[in-house]
Design a protein around this ligand. Structure first.
Ligand code: ATP
Length: 372
């Protein structure tokens, strides 16, 4: 690929005999903002650690600018890392924390002063030079960590859930700030998160991972609009995912009805997974509905209502600004571009019906336990 800065080729890793990454192939361009997104334990951090040189893969190659890096130690790679726990030096003030890498490189004092001041200005910490890092808020400490990482001019910055410890409001502000810094400095960022909204709003490219495999690589819009399989559709945003059958090109049957769609290239009568996003469904009087069902739950979400509708035993989620009470019968319509067809996969049948909120909660608490 043109402008490729980093290439991972056929990377596999096992820990204690367990496969953790399976044949990962990934090309990252110069100045690209790439996010590795996936549930806890899917292998995001391990991928980052392989790029940083902290983990040696069992097989496969890591290239920077076309040069094989497998045997180059971490400190020799043109890479710097920011972790969720900022790991600042508590005995050094803000200035000295940012200057740290430059002093190790034995840069002249004048250059250190200019660089540190420029970095502190980039992260909006002018005037904080003498402050003790332990007296700073979480957001300010994270900015010091960013300034410290950027000061040594890495070609590539690895960020492992760097905003995970911040509260929601601050996290949103820092997302915008990080994206600005990345664009202004023209550095390639590889960013790890399990927060899909964060991934979609910041990245040029999102790499969705599960179970040590890359499930899809694409722009945020591609990933959202054209998920490759039921896992990606479920992980990115809310999705109604149904079993369907492609009748022929541009024609699919699901939920007991045949619809026009924009997809082609499937076999005649090939079983498929069908995704319809909750915000794409329109509610109409039942006589006009392509599908008709009964409202079983309504939740007010601030801007819209989240409504669960039972259609032939399958619970659909709809987002609408109009209110429909529990027990009412409503019609639903959709247009061909609201219907997304996916190949059947190992994830088929595992996601997509909103009768089982409690299952999703179980899954969340399991993940939480795994993290603890
Ligand atoms: P999280 O979001 O929770 O950090 P992740 O996607 O970054 O998850 P990794 O940290 O890459 O996941 O871990 C992937 C799997 O490898 C997990 O099951 C983890 O327990 C396991 N693992 C990671 N490091 C080691 C190690 N040094 N020894 C044994 N197993 C490990």
């Amino acid at each position: 690929m043109e402008n490729t800065l980093l290439r991972l080729e056929n990377i596999s890793v096992r820990f204690d005999g367990e496969p953790i990454l399976n044949n990962i192939d990934l090309d990252i361009k110069d100045k690209e903002f790439v996010t590795l997104l996936g549930p806890s334990g899917c292998g995001k951090t391990t991928t980052l650690r392989i790029i940083g040189g902290f983990v040696t893969p069992d097989s496969g190659s890591v290239y920077f600018n076309g040069k094989l890096m497998n045997d180059v130690p971490a400190y020799r790679r043109p890479v710097n890392t920011i972790f969720q726990k900022y790991a600042l030096f508590p005995h050094l003030n803000v200035y000295e924390n940012v200057a740290f890498g430059l002093r190790i490189k034995k840069c002249p004092e004048k250059e250190i002063r200019e660089t540190v001041n420029r970095m502190l200005s980039i992260v909006n910490l002018n005037g904080f030079n003498k402050r003790s890092v332990t007296s700073l808020s979480g957001g300010q400490q994270q900015r010091v960590a960013i300034a410290r990482a950027l000061a040594v001019s890495p070609k590539l910055l690895l960020l492992d859930e760097p905003l995970g410890a911040l509260d929601l409001k601050l996290r949103k502000d820092m997302q915008v700030e990080l994206k600005n810094i990345q664009q202004r400095m023209g550095i390639t960022f590889i960013y790890v998160t399990h927060d899909q909204e964060e991934a979609l709003s910041m990245s040029d490219t999102v790499v969705v991972m599960d179970n040590g495999n890359i499930q899809q690589i694409g722009t945020p819009l591609d990933i959202y609009n054209e998920p490759k399989n039921a896992f990606v559709a479920d992980f990115i945003g809310e999705s109604n995912i149904l079993d369907g059958v492609m009748r022929e090109d541009y024609c699919v049957t699901f939920a007991g009805h045949t619809f026009k769609c924009l997809d082609k290239g499937f076999g005649v009568n090939e079983p498929v997974d069908v995704v319809v996003r909750p915000e794409d469904l329109d509610v109409v009087p039942k006589e006009q509905g392509m599908l008709v069902g009964e409202v079983t739950s309504v939740t007010f979400k601030g801007v819209h209502f989240e409504i669960i509708v039972d259609i032939r035993g399958f619970k659909w989620m709809i987002q609408t600004t109009d209110y429909y009470p529990v027990g009412s019968t409503i019609g639903l319509t959709m247009t061909p571009d609201d219907i997304h067809i996916m190949k059947k996969s190992e994830y088929s049948g595992k996601f997509g019906d909103y009768s089982s909120y409690s299952d999703e909660l179980d899954e969340l608490s399991e993940n939480k336990e795994a993290e603890e």
